[in-house]
Design a protein around this ligand. Sequence first.
Ligand SMILES: Nc1nc2c(ncn2[C@@H]2O[C@H](COP(=O)(O)OP(=O)(O)OP(=O)(O)O)[C@@H](O)[C@H]2O)c(=O)[nH]1
Ligand SMILES: [Zn+2]
Length: 364
Amino acid sequence: MTLLKLKQEQLARLTAFGWNEQREAEMGMYGEYEPARVIAQHSNLYRIVTGSGELTAEVSGKFQFEAAARSDYPAVGDWLAVKELPGESRAIIHAVLPRRSAMIRKAAGPMVAEQVIGANIDVLFIVNALNDDFNLRKIERYLVAAWDSGATPVVLLTKSDLCSDTAARIADVEAVAPGVPVHAISALQGGGIDALASYMRPGSTIGVTGSSGVGKSTLLNRLAGEELQQVQGIREDDARGRHTTTHRELFPLPGGALMMDTPGMRELQLWEADEGREEAFADIEALALSCRFRDCRHESELGCAVKAAVQDGSLDSRRLGSYRKTGRELAHQARKERAVSQRLKKNAAKRQPAAGRNDRSVED
Ligand SMILES: Nc1nc2c(ncn2[C@@H]2O[C@H](COP(=O)(O)OP(=O)(O)OP(=O)(O)O)[C@@H](O)[C@H]2O)c(=O)[nH]1
Ligand SMILES: [Zn+2]
């Protein structure tokens, strides 16, 4: 089974970054390469961990040639097949292993320009503060992005020490987030933090997202038990970039879980895709099953169960508003995707005569 012949200490180092048997099986087809995980990215340079330690890496020329979209490139959290350059602390990236989840940054241009801002996140903490930042519409949009990425969302309401009716706020969120766990916490005072332990399983990757100032760094530092990220207010003006040579965007926490904190993840650019919308608005989708017309747009149609629910007060009209809004964005997204897939097909056809895609003897 052990095709890779990893030594005990190599296995231990990879396992600390979430390596498991499934990944080992996936590496099978890359027998001549070594497994690695991306822990930070600075444009086209990657910081990776392999069984033997931390290295800097770049993609191979062949990888570049074959990449059809920006999202094909490695991102923080990705598992890779790499080859170390003998005698150097550098490696060449030859492949990205299949992603379990991917958070994607919406690009203004075509979809080929869209970028993965975090890969293989198991649990996504959606952070909203219990002060002026508290915003159900925003939480809904983050939830759609989470469902769409494949990560499991958990809503964290921070700064509970500043709020006098946390229970009511939790109920508000539960009403727009059916089935999603919601926790009120104070990262500053420690209240509610223990409840997060159940998400921190060894090897599991946790992402954190939410607007600036909601307390993400404060929470991360508390979970890490040390000062990993500088907290607003004590951060120096020019220290915003926070990168030093030891800068990591994916780091192991004391209990064995991995925390991902990339600049792109900090504040997601939110947009919606079909499946994510269905899950985030499961209540409306369920009501819509009872509408008289299958293609009911829940506007002024006869026998509309969704409008009826708004009228009898069982559905918040603002929630229907959010649902409609994501629907419009979806239509736009779908048009864009069709255009891009046509272009990709054309490009693929052009590339066909070139050397076989599976010829892995070609080096960088
Ligand atoms: N009262 C209270 N203040 C908090 C809490 N958590 C964070 N803060 C404060 O909120 C401010 C912002 O906290 P950060 O942790 O820097 O917020 P952030 O989300 O990382 O912000 P960005 O780095 O801009 O994304 C700081 O002054 C923190 O001390 C909390 O639980 N309660
Ligand atoms: Zn309807």
